[in-house]
Design a protein around this ligand. Structure first.
Ligand SMILES: *Cc1c(COP(=O)(O)O)cnc(C)c1O
Length: 424
């Protein structure tokens, strides 16, 4: 399969059908960027579309809402239709709006309808903190105690969540299940289809946080029948810091009035009638609240062009191959130095990053940065390395492992404190 030589890495690059995409991104010549799972790099297309929108503000002013190449009034919906293929949604099921956390609030406000015995929400104990904060506050707003009504499924190994443990928690006291598609730390990909079927068999609604999979793993949210999903675009979709997020609502739920209503969720024809009776859009557009963040959505326009050209299935194929190659090199070169792999190794259980564990992870990350390699640290012991298909070459992966070995061999990391900075 793989060989541990530099020539082999170069050979893989030559054969890579996505190799030309690297030129589309801003990255310094001697830089290796393995942190696209936290903040994707800027592409030239994203920059160009951002300037286009700035230009239309400059020249069109108020008319920018309806004129120009990308009329702002319809942008959330038109971009939603372009994101839809990434998540396996129909065009009208996806809208670009809000942030991950505000979209979660919106969707839980809508779909968490405690009734009789069914008052609980199931999540997992490895979930991203913001999601847990949102769920707890939603439970409180309904007058319940989060300690009792938020069930966090336990992990057996501190890294992964067993789908069967989640299913066992789906009792007749549960109204809603919220899970990540891919766990942010270990990179475990959950079995979305199995979990969705199990929830629906028990009369429970289920929603997914796609932050760590959208843009690197193709989904089939519509076909699987997932009730709703939400995700950010600034990680694998490269839409820039604070870029506007996305949400999916299955068409079986069209026509509902969202829990949090605002005028941008209106039926577009009715919105400017300025009536005090809300007429929601029929589709996912209804879940918008206020005026779209046009300047923060602008880079997504260009960024999505690259996904149209590359195809998400191709991206997943390279990503799996690249993470496999990285794990192989870790095995070859790093096991003597106290590293271990914390992500599931099977292709169908793995996301876009490798979770490398080490007791001195924080100081090793600092040493990597000093060598122009950008990793990502998650306390207390995880180095996340994401060989993003668009802009990380096989040679970059090879180089990263060589530098890691060099750091360990020469104790270079000992020069740094083994603790996180403000932003890990
Ligand atoms: C990145 C991420 C978030 C971030 O939420 P924001 O509202 O964009 O700050 C939330 N949840 C998960 C699982 C994430 O990976």
């Amino acid at each position: 399969m793989f060989k541990p030589t530099v020539d082999f890495a170069k050979e893989l690059d030559q054969k890579d059908p996505l190799k030309d995409f690297k030129q589309e991104f801003y990255i310094k010549d001697n830089q290796i960027y393995m942190d696209g799972n936290s903040l994707g790099l800027m592409s030239k297309r994203a920059e160009a579309s951002m300037y286009k929108v700035i230009d239309s503000w400059k020249h069109d002013a108020i008319d920018g809402w309806t004129n120009g190449e990308h009329p702002w009034y319809y942008l959330s919906e038109t971009l939603g239709a372009k994101v839809a293929p990434l998540v396996g949604g129909q065009s009208e099921e996806v809208v670009v709006t809000g942030s991950t956390t505000t979209n979660l609030h919106q969707l839980v406000s809508t779909f968490y309808q405690p009734e009789g015995k069914r008052t609980k929400i199931v999540a997992d104990e490895l979930n991203f903190p913001s999601d847990i904060y949102a769920l707890k506050s939603q439970i409180k707003l309904h007058g319940y105690d989060p300690e009792e009504h938020l069930i966090r499924v336990k992990s057996r190994d501190g890294r992964t969540i067993d789908e069967d443990d989640v299913i066992a928690a789906m009792t007749d006291e549960v109204a809603l299940v919220i899970l990540p598609t891919v766990l942010y730390r270990s990179g475990q990909l959950l079995d979305i289809e199995k979990l969705t079927r199990a929830a629906h068999d028990r009369g429970i609604l289920i929603g997914f946080d796609g932050c760590h999979s959208v843009g690197v793993i193709p989904h089939k949210f519509h076909d699987v029948g997932v009730d709703f999903a939400y995700w950010c675009h600034y990680k694998y979709v490269n839409s820039g810091p604070g870029g506007v997020a996305g949400l999916f609502v299955h068409q079986k739920h069209f026509g509902k009035t969202p829990g949090l209503t605002g005028w941008f969720g209106s039926n577009k024809e009715k919105q400017f009638d300025m009536e005090h009776t809300f007429t929601p859009a029929y589709e996912a557009g209804a879940y918008q609240i206020g005026t779209p963040h046009v300047l923060s959505v602008a880079p997504l326009i260009g960024s999505l062009e690259l996904f149209e050209e590359a195809d998400i299935n191709q991206i997943r194929k390279k990503s799996l191959h690249a993470t496999n190659y990285l794990m192989y090199l870790v095995d070859e070169y790093l096991l003597d130095y106290g590293f271990s792999i914390g992500n599931p190794t099977e292709d169908n259980r793995r996301g876009g990053h490798v979770c490398l564990e080490h007791l001195e992870a924080a100081s090793i990350c600092k040493a990597l940065k000093a060598h122009n390699i950008t990793p990502d640290f998650r306390a207390p012991n995880v180095i996340r390395l994401a060989p993003v298909a668009f802009y990380v070459s096989y040679h970059d992966i090879y180089q990263t492992v060589q530098v890691l070995r060099d750091i360990m061999k020469n104790d270079i990391h000992k020069k740094y404190k083994n603790e996180r900075d403000v932003i890990a």
